[in-house]
Design a protein around this ligand. Structure first.
Ligand code: PLP
Length: 394
């Protein structure tokens, strides 16, 4: 048997691993509350499910589709991006539909990176960016940032080399929930322009913003989409469609035609039935998205104070988007004598029956990620369990 060096270096997704472990414990009859998962707990809205059923009944689900998706959906994404981002001139040729936003990102890295090309990733960064960049032959370069969790041009400058070709920006950010404002984005945009860097903007949480915060994408600063900028998004988070695997890339049409060629070999096409579901998500009734957004907002507002009340857990800045909290647990480690945040996460799972993710999976020590994509009662119980676990050390 032979396993390639590339595969040997590959680590499974830490967030998916924790979730699988928690699910196994639940299956074994243990009352675990899973806050490790980055997945909305709502069923996909009924109108979206019905559109998929209709597509099956109409015989539309049986066959291959074009590699970059059905024209109606590509057009719907182009129109939606035109409307939401205020960008002129976008057409279906600027859009590729992909198997989840994960494949959108992967196809983008495959299309822009040559061997040894460096990509800047502000810490903390989502687990799959670094692995996907390596799989595409690139080199992920993590960029330390201060406790605001927002990268500045000064931060990025420290890691800029003549091999740097791109920068990944995720706002609202997984795992911190921070949102970059227009001024911060303008500075980053100017700096990337000066250094002729591509910008991959992962906007998947763009509609999940709370308490009056607003979302701006770096892609919407000009009147037209800058050819250096690649927008990534999808249906998983906003429409609670994780299982449907629907994502997309919006970019310059020359890039999209290469992404389409890549997809034609990698996936053939995104699943046909899911495309009809996303088409309904984009063009149909939007009532449920607001219901879900409000539920996340209420959860955030409820658990943020409960979290800060846990001995040794500290989160100075209240998140404004996505559905995660990323507290500093340095004090909790000191109090408990537990050596690392990874060990703390293991102890909390084994003893308090709460699943979290170790911050080092996102490139940052002494932090944990808590997902609040779970019902309010479970969240309150989980906070009480973590508090009870920590109080024993006081
Ligand atoms: N980008 C970020 C920042 C995410 O958190 C996730 C999912 O957790 C994705 C992309 C991938 O989403 P999808 O389920 O559409 O592949």
């Amino acid at each position: 048997m032979k396993i390639s060096q590339r595969a040997q270096q590959l680590q499974p997704s830490a967030t998916m691993k924790v979730s699988a472990q928690a699910k196994q414990m639940i299956a074994d009859g243990i009352d675990v509350i899973n806050l490790g998962i980055g997945e909305p707990d709502f069923e996909t809205p009924k109108n979206i499910e019905q559109a998929a059923i209709n597509a099956i009944n109409a015989g539309k689900a049986s066959f291959y589709t074009p590699a970059a998706g059905i024209p109606q959906l590509r057009t719907a994404v182009a129109q939606r991006t035109t409307r939401d981002y205020g960008l002129q001139g976008l057409t279906a040729q600027n859009v590729a539909i992909t198997t989840g936003a994960k494949m959108a990102l992967y196809s983008a890295f495959q299309t822009i990176l040559d061997p040894g090309d460096e990509v800047l990733l502000p810490e903390p960064y989502w687990v799959s960016y670094s692995e996907q960049i390596k799989l595409a032959g690139g080199v992920p370069v993590s960029v330390p940032v201060d406790e605001s969790f927002k990268a500045t041009t000064a931060d990025l400058e420290t890691k800029l080399t003549d091999k740097t070709v791109a920068f990944v920006l995720n706002s609202p950010e997984n795992p911190t929930g921070v949102i970059y404002d227009q001024q911060e984005l303008a500075a980053l945009n100017e700096w990337t322009k000066q250094h002729d860097l591509m910008v991959i903007t992962d906007d998947i949480y763009g509609q999940l913003v709370y308490n009056g915060a607003s979302f701006t994408s770096i892609a919407q600063l000009g009147d037209e989409l800058d050819p250096r900028i690649i927008i990534i998004s999808g249906g998983s988070k906003t429409y609670s469609m994780t299982g449907w695997r629907m994502g997309y890339v919006v970019a310059d049409e020359r890039l999209i035609s290469k992404i389409s060629a890549f997809l034609s070999h990698a996936t053939g096409n995104p699943t046909a039935v899911s495309q009809y579901a996303l088409l309904e998500a984009f063009t149909g009734d939007q009532t449920q998205t607001e219901v879900m957004r409000k539920a996340f907002e209420e959860r955030l507002n409820t658990i943020y104070p409960l979290l800060n009340d846990i001995p040794g857990f500290e989160l100075k800045v209240k998140p404004q988007g996505a559905f995660y909290l990323f507290p500093d647990v340095s004090e909790a480690l000191k109090l408990s004598g537990i050596a690392t945040s990874g060990e703390l996460v293991s102890r909390l799972l084994a003893e308090a029956h709460v699943a979290l993710v170790d911050g080092s999976a996102f490139g940052v020590k002494n932090h944990v990620r808590i997902s609040y994509a779970t019902d309010l009662d479970s969240l309150k119980t989980a906070m009480a369990r973590i508090k009870a676990f920590m109080v024993q050390f006081k």
